[in-house]
Design a protein around this ligand. Sequence first.
Ligand code: COA
Ligand code: AMP
Length: 632
Amino acid sequence: MAASYDDIYARSLSDPEAFWAEAAEDIHWERRWDRVLDDSRAPFYRWFPGAVTNTCYNALDRHVEGGRADQLALVYDSPITGVIERFTYRELLDRVARVAGVLAEAGVGKGDRVLVYMPMVPEAVIAMLACARLGAVHSVVFGGFAASELAVRIDDATPKVVLSASCGIEPNRIVAYKPLLDEAVDIATHKPDRCVILQRPQEAAAMVAGRDLDWADAEAAAEPAPCTWVEATDPLYILYTSGTTGQPKGIVRDNGGHLVALNWSMRNIYGVEPGEVYWAASDVGWVVGHSYIVYGPLIHGNTTVLFEGKPVGTPDAAVYWRVIAEHNVKVLFTAPTAFRAIKQQDPNGELIQPEQIAGLRTLFLAGERADPDTVQWAEDRLGVPVIDHWWQTETGWSICANPAGIELMPVKHGSPTKPVPGWDVRVLDEANNEVAPGEIGALVARLPLPPGSFPTLWQAEDRYREAYLEEFPGSYKTGDAGYIDEDGYVYVMTRTDDVINVAGHRLSTGQMEEVLAAHPDVAECAVVGVADELKGQTPLGLLVLNAGVEREKGAIEGEAVRLVREQIGPVASFKTAIVVGRLPKTRSGKILRGTVQKIADSEAYTVPPTIDDPAILPEIAEALRSAGYAGG
Ligand code: COA
Ligand code: AMP
């Protein structure tokens, strides 16, 4: 009989080294590890020190050598351009080796950083794997970020080379990436030696002589590069994510632990066998795209789908079902917001043709809280298990899930089920004590974290310790609050910091406040995340103007909205700023953002006992009501 979740989970915690050493047998190691886990620098841990491997070798070469050369590795489906392209493992390896050759010729070697700023085209996947092939460290930046955000990442990661494209394509417009890249390089202090630009047919980019290379020409002329062996503990990538300040956190992923964890997750969490088609409808700019568009499926020998489109509007709310049918997708992974978008346009699921989704086995949701209505709708319409699972950029794979490949446990709507093997999840109060079942507290995971989770922040070990390890000694602070019920099911309710989740995208309200505060007429401001039917949350800004400013409020509000779009990017979905007379504060001057959010969402709230002047709350409610928020 197959082992149960309880048995496997218990073993993963009682003997993690044996557990992960066994999982590591499925990976190619050029040299095996000296120890499975190095805890000599706790609370900093390293998995598989002494081992030597290569992530690209495990994702491509070993499958080509092992009999999968002619199996599809990657299917690119782009309803936005009308293109479908298919790559076998052999074809993908050939392209990756050539692009690695381009990078090597540009001087990129082991440990060098390469910034990838790409739309959802096959070359984005090729770029990432080409870096991995050379032991170079990629940092992918999502296309919806503005030039200044790109510049911050260029300065932090100091890449030798940038891989980019002339444009991305959104349903309502072509987004010219190259001018954004040029502007970012202008703003940044660090200057990359080379930019390799993929010219897309939809828009040609102007090239900077002496710095820019045409991707197609360079690839055609390049010699294929072999794999460079790296330490298991060497970094594979840096992925920046929003934190509590304007300076994003550079999440570091290692090679060895990441290979082991992702490979294990494909069978045990997602329940797919090598050779099957797996589709993560996300973007390579997010962690979901890194782990489950690129690395997980390829390391495990699956076929991965790269989808350049939206759940609705490209061309309609039936596109997911068409893709599932056309490519024989067994497992789909997306964010709840995508299903809310589909449900909004096709509430009765009339566009879902049963024969199109007959092959689909499971739907996985993550990236934000999966609201029970959406989960129920998906269950009813698709007739397959719908699995909410909880994870973060930091962790790289899921902390809690219903592990389809081990055992499907009964679903409780609103809960991502139970901790995944390797994750010792607890709920703590402020004094670092565990709370009773059902009581809300800080969600933490006991150290050491399993393989695949981040060993550090890029060149910011102190920040890693301060942000994640100090508040609850012996544990990793997830930044989420929630509870565990009597049956051991985990519920993730809210963030404990300023992070909001907009359409599955993680953003910092603090960062938006920094941008707004720089407006010359703004004295102070507050940004809160208010409930949104489609996107889960959207940001709302309140502005207090400097004394004596007599300009029209509407003009300043419009400028504020433009500023956030220009400085952070359209992805922030910052559409509303409201000028108010003053902000509600505590007597010690802390802005009561939580109360503002509750008023905007018409939630019941108590007047905080520490409030400086309660009379301000009706004023805020009135301002919010006039701007179309409930304000009750
Ligand atoms: N490059 C440039 N701009 C981008 C972009 C990219 N790669 N991705 C998004 N944007 C822009 C959009 O065009 C939009 O701009 P606008 O304000 O001019 O309309 C803005 O950023 C917000 O985009 P988005 O959050 O995608 O909202 P939307 O209204 O266009 O679409 C959904 C809403 C729900 C359909 C969309 O968010 C979606 O498909 N989500 C799927 C979930 C997902 O991918 N989650 C990732 C984590 S798993
Ligand atoms: P990101 O780092 O962008 O993946 O965002 C991680 C954050 O998204 C988490 O800390 C949670 O706040 C939220 N999140 C992700 N998945 C879930 C989930 N299944 N349920 C609730 N919140 C989630």
